[in-house]
Ligand binder design. Sequence first.
Ligand SMILES: Nc1ncnc2c1ncn2[C@@H]1O[C@H](COP(=O)(O)OP(=O)(O)OP(=O)(O)O)[C@@H](O)[C@H]1O
Ligand code: SF4
Ligand SMILES: [Mg+2]
Length: 373
Amino acid sequence: MTEDTVLPAPREKGAGADGEPLLEVSGLTKHFPVKGGFPIRRTIGAVQAVDGIDLTVHAGESFGLVGESGCGKSTTGRLITRLLEPTSGSITYRGQDISHATRKQLAPIRSEIQMIFQDPYSSLNPRQTVGKIISGPMEINGIEPEGGREKRVRELLEIVGLNPEHFNRFPHEFSGGQRQRIGVARALALEPKLIVADEPVSALDVSIQAQVVNLLQEVQQELGIAFVFIAHDLAVVRHFSHRVAVMYLGKIIEVGDRDSIYTRPRHPYTHALLSAVPEVNLAEEDTGGRERIRLAGDVPSPISPPSGCRFRTRCWKAQDKCATEEPPLVRISGNRDGHLTACHFPEEPTIEARDEDIVLDPALAALEEGAEG
Ligand SMILES: Nc1ncnc2c1ncn2[C@@H]1O[C@H](COP(=O)(O)OP(=O)(O)OP(=O)(O)O)[C@@H](O)[C@H]1O
Ligand code: SF4
Ligand SMILES: [Mg+2]
């Protein structure tokens, strides 16, 4: 075992969107069959959870994936980590097509792609000590670090801000935020190149969320690990992501670099999501006249999504064309490089003034000020 494969030695600082492509996803689709009928059950339809998405994540880049509940974020994460088999489309990791790779074929890269889950309670085995949990991935992959696994566990506990002496404790002895740190330590154990973090802070108290986002950001920057950061909330990924993709009903409807998405969104749905971000730290008279867009109706069923543009049943700009032609995800006039929007009648890129309003809470705002200062 070389030292390289054992220790997460600091890599080059996050390369951002200019780095080499680490992960390339093209036309990725996952349809879950829906069974019905009596007495013989047969497939009567499909949940179109993810329906033909394209995305690229560069080495060292943090990529945010946002959208309402049920839009297909977790399914995308599980496809990328190959916990799920895609229905169609391709997933290329470091130039290698892993779309339908078998367990055996995936073995060499398993350690490079890790996942952090939403629920720090159910994702840790309550009967195992923290040491056992964190060293689990090393054990499974037969990795014996220099100095032994216990030494490595202590190092990892230190990296995530926990007391290295606590490796013999059980998960119930830790708070929610501390448990999520244990999840991060476990994800780091094998020196991954890509971490898919599925709502890693949404189960935590708001004050703790900022600390864990901060930790992930440090890990991302100092170890140069690429992240796919999944969240339903645009405010959380804003602090963390170089680029952001917005999903709606199984499709990516807008993607671009962070500033472009937050200050010059073009898709009506992105506008609605941004306007829905709570302004708990702003006095009522301080909202700068920003109108809150309330989306009418519920998200349609992914079993029979609307024709044409999937957002049309809730869109205030919808016209006939929206029902018959699916808008392609393209760079539209006025968009910056790399900013793609899927809309026939996009909004004007004129909400610079909203920038300061898009803040989740004072703790995250302070965090961002720190990052910028
Ligand atoms: N194993 C499954 N079988 C059938 N349908 C599924 C399965 N997993 C997910 N779905 C459906 O696929 C759609 C997308 O689910 P997914 O969990 O990816 O959404 P999400 O964006 O992560 O939502 P949330 O924010 O609630 O976590 C949903 O309609 C969901 O009900
Ligand atoms: S394509 Fe039409 S329905 Fe869809 S978001 Fe644009 S204007 Fe609205
Ligand atoms: Mg999910």
